[in-house]
Design a protein around this ligand. Structure first.
Ligand SMILES: [Zn+2]
Length: 173
């Protein structure tokens, strides 16, 4: 197999899914289906298997991903995981594709901005644990950015974290 895509390439919006799909030329190419509001992300599977992934953005229907176009490119939360077929599992973060389970050795995260740590600290509670999603909502930042910053704060002894049924949570140390 050839190297997988490491970056998302946005090829523009489309009104309908077949138009979006027709615009995809290479693995990682991505189009947004936008009809009055964002409906879905259509992506040529970045592992190069040739399949098209459809990621729902419409929270009135089914499970929806959070998406954000801030910074250098597309961000999706949570990770994208194809349960059948090629089983691709990856994170889309500021246009970067970060592979989980395979291809990980070539992953390259977006540049770290330590300024976010002060905001994350301000949103951390001393008793009430908060998830990265809750922290990100409180300070209007990207969940992946907040998750990384919170992890650094844990590493510096300024925060504590543990895993719950719903995922990792953080408090002030
Ligand atoms: Zn695939």
């Amino acid at each position: 197999m050839t190297d997988p895509a490491r970056m998302v390439r946005m090829v523009g919006n489309a009104e309908y899914r077949d138009q979006a799909e027709a615009a995809l030329l290479a693995p990682g190419d991505t189009s947004m289906v936008f009809r009055v509001r964002p409906r879905s992300i259509v992506m040529a599977c970045p592992d190069g298997c040739g399949e098209t992934l459809v990621i729902n953005l419409d929270n009135r229907a089914d499970k929806a991903w959070r998406f954000d176009m801030r910074g250098e490119g597309l961000t999706l939360f949570p990770s994208v995981w194809r349960e059948g077929g090629c089983e691709s599992h990856f994170i889309v973060w500021r246009g970067h594709i970060l592979w989980c389970d395979r291809f990980e050795e070539g992953n390259s995260e977006p540049v770290y901005n330590p300024e976010i740590e002060d905001a994350v600290m301000s949103a951390l509670h001393e008793i009430q644990p908060r998830s990265a999603v809750e922290l990100a909502e409180a300070i209007d930042e990207l969940v992946w950015d907040v998750n990384r910053a919170a992890g650094r704060l844990v590493g510096q002894g300024l925060a504590r974290s543990w895993k719950t049924k719903g995922g990792w949570v953080f408090v002030r140390a």
